[in-house]
Design a binder for this molecule. Structure first.
Ligand SMILES: [Zn+2]
Length: 356
């Protein structure tokens, strides 16, 4: 869009509206000051519990990561991530580090899993030259902190695992459905034949150029692809040359007058030649057990999308009956592997969790 004076005026009005609505967002009433962070939440015990965990996470990140900022973050524990009135963030967002003019704050959703505070504190603490990481890699590094935080169980989120798997498998997965006997169930339209369904994640070239704000508002598939690519690269760069090695890339970018660390430097530091090399590396990095879990998560994600197409509620008895009827088969076209989805480890956990 051309930046005409009219557009500038509109931008200023939007900014003012945002600030005004920010003022209207009331702080949660309870306030607890920990050693390194301050937490606001609905109740004091909730604030105290989060302050303790966030203090541990912040101290740990500072102890392993060079050149982090030393200011004190304020975390707001909120019902959902909607820091501004009328400003809707994607529902799947667990937390958000928000930095805009005078507001520098971490929002954590009440439903956020343990470790989301580590992820958001990672964003907050990376300042100075760290800001030269491309946004998708900053997400990857925040995920790395989450996974390696000794205070968290160290598991990757299922949706992130799915994205990593899709990345590793050449981003082309197929779920085939068996014959469906129930006449009121309609087969998905416009897909490969009547029984096939594929899922594609955007490639790295696309997500690597996304801005920070774009990553927050993008559709979930693009956001996951960015998080997954970023995590895999961060894991490999840090394993090879540590957090210092990653920061060195940021210093080098500054010396060469670059706003962002280029993708090629990251591939080199990760020890992979290009995007295909990265995919291959992910496959060899994953243990067979982890791979099985990954497949289950992939299948879960694809089944969610299928259920949506059929107008079925995820977690409903109808959904469970439908799964039994269609008996989905997960096919990985690139290596000829086919597995019954209902036999996958990840899926049994998924179903037990979904159907209560
Ligand atoms: Zn993040």
């Amino acid at each position: 869009m051309a930046r005409t004076p009219r557009w500038h005026g509109r931008l200023a009005a939007m900014t003012l509206a945002l600030l005004a609505s920010a003022c209207m967002t009331a702080a949660p009433p309870a306030r607890v000051a920990g050693e390194l962070v301050t937490v606001r939440a609905d109740t004091e015990p909730e604030a105290r519990d989060l302050a303790r965990r966030a203090d541990d996470a912040a101290a740990w990140i500072r102890s392993i990561c060079p050149e982090t900022r030393t200011t004190r973050p304020v975390i707001w524990r909120v019902e959902r991530i909607e820091p501004f009135k009328g400003f809707r963030f994607a529902e799947e967002t667990d937390g958000l580090h928000f930095q805009f003019l005078c507001i520098d704050r971490i929002y954590l959703a009440q439903y956020a899993e343990d470790g989301a505070e580590t992820h958001e504190l990672g964003h907050y603490l990376l300042s100075g030259d760290w800001r030269r990481l491309p946004p998708f890699l900053e997400e990857g590094l925040a995920n790395w902190f989450h996974v390696h935080d000794p205070g968290v169980d160290g598991k990757l989120r299922g949706d992130l695992l799915s994205a990593i798997a899709a990345l590793a498998l050449g981003v082309d997965l197929l779920v085939e459905l068996g014959p469906v006997h129930s006449p009121d169930l309609v087969q998905p339209r416009g897909r490969r034949g009547a029984l096939g369904f594929t899922s594609k994640l955007p490639g790295l070239r696309r997500v690597s150029t996304s801005s920070k704000s774009a990553l927050v508002f993008q559709p979930i598939a693009e956001r996951l692809a960015a998080h997954a690519h970023g995590y895999v690269i961060a894991e490999r760069v840090i394993r090879r040359s540590g957090l210092v090695g990653m920061l060195d890339l940021c210093h080098r970018a500054r010396k060469e007058g670059r706003a962002r660390v280029p993708l090629d430097w990251l591939y080199e530091a990760a020890g992979v030649g290009d995007e295909n090399g990265l995919r291959h590396a992910v496959l060899t990095d994953l243990s067979p057990g982890a791979f099985e879990v990954v497949l289950g998560n992939v299948a879960g994600t694809l089944l969610d999308q299928l259920a949506e197409e059929h107008g079925l509620q995820r977690g409903s008895p109808e959904f469970a009956r439908w799964l039994g009827e269609v008996d989905p088969l997960l096919t990985l076209p690139e290596n000829g592997l086919a597995k019954r989805v209902l036999e996958l480890d990840g899926i049994s956990g998924y179903l037990a969790h979904e159907i209560e």
